[in-house]
Design a protein around this ligand. Structure first.
Ligand SMILES: CC(C)(COP(=O)(O)OP(=O)(O)OC[C@H]1O[C@@H](n2cnc3c(N)ncnc32)[C@H](O)[C@@H]1OP(=O)(O)O)[C@@H](O)C(=O)NCCC(=O)NCCS
Length: 237
């Protein structure tokens, strides 16, 4: 069986981690694994260079030069939570072009769903009836329990743990080691600090941190970012 070509948009921290795990993601249907063609990055200084031995082939628009390759966008940080949705919107690719990358050590029962363009890193555990939307990222050792609903473009940093029935809104970012009590919600585009314990609902577009988590400040969403709150609708992007 052939390998499936992959392009990673971005060449920063999470993109490099994704590249490093390329042979440890589940093989896409009908192929024997992934073949990484390279990174695509909008920073002109990176183009034409190598990052961790992987070539940076051009800017994000270069996805159109390799129409048979699948694509995953691996940008985003606590302070720039919107970059992924901006790039996905700009590229306008059909869902069939987005790669869904699930590490072989992740636990993903049949009762769970993961949307296109999402990346589940090593030791991510989904217990049952968990929905993860499109273009969401889970870093190593994330645990999502029954009936959790993680929205599109959400980012769960290493060691995040959600109790049952938790809703994470579109584009929300949960810092490393954060925990959320059962049936609570983190609103769209909000940021929860590392090590926080969320015991109350976090409204959209706010920064919360601490044990228990308290509101630090609002964090307005840029006008061009889609702020629809559609929870974990798996086929949205
Ligand atoms: C919450 C966070 C966004 C706040 O960053 P910030 O806006 O720059 O705020 P500051 O660092 O100025 O901190 C503001 C206050 O909140 C406190 N604070 C910051 N982060 C905190 C946290 N995680 N838990 C508890 N308190 C925190 C600070 O001590 C400070 O308190 P003070 O005003 O009494 O001195 C940031 O600390 C954070 O946790 N980011 C996520 C990091 C992460 O998980 N990255 C993963 C990358 S892979």
């Amino acid at each position: 069986m052939a390998f499936r070509d992959l392009l990673i948009v971005g060449a920063g921290g999470f993109a490099r981690e994704t590249a490093a795990a390329i042979h440890d993601f589940r093989a896409p249907r009908g192929s024997s694994g992934w073949r990484l063609l390279g990174f695509l990055d909008d920073d002109p200084a990176r183009q034409g260079t190598e990052v961790d031995g992987v070539p940076v082939l051009g800017d994000a628009e270069a996805v159109h030069k390799w129409p048979d390759a699948l694509v995953v966008v691996c940008t985003g940080s606590p302070t720039n939570r919107w970059s992924r949705t901006r790039i996905v919107t700009r590229l306008g690719l059909p869902d069939t072009r987005w790669a869904t990358l699930v590490h072989v050590s992740a636990v993903l029962p049949r009762t769970c769903e993961v949307g296109p363009g999402s990346v589940l890193m090593a030791q991510t555990v989904l217990t049952t009836a968990v929905r993860v939307g499109a273009h969401a990222h889970t870093m190593p050792h994330v645990v999502l329990t029954h009936d959790d609903d993680v929205g599109a473009f959400a980012t769960l940093a290493a060691g995040v743990r959600l109790a049952g029935g938790v809703t994470v809104g579109r584009g929300a970012y949960l810092g490393a080691g954060a925990m959320v009590r059962e049936h609570r919600g983190v609103g769209a585009w909000s940021l929860v600090g590392m090590g926080s314990v969320v015991t109350r609902d976090v409204p959209p577009a706010e920064v919360w941190a601490g044990v228990p988590a308290r509101r630090l400040r609002s964090a307005p969403v840029p006008a061009d970012v889609d702020v629809r709150r559609r929870g974990g609708d798996v086929d949205e992007c």
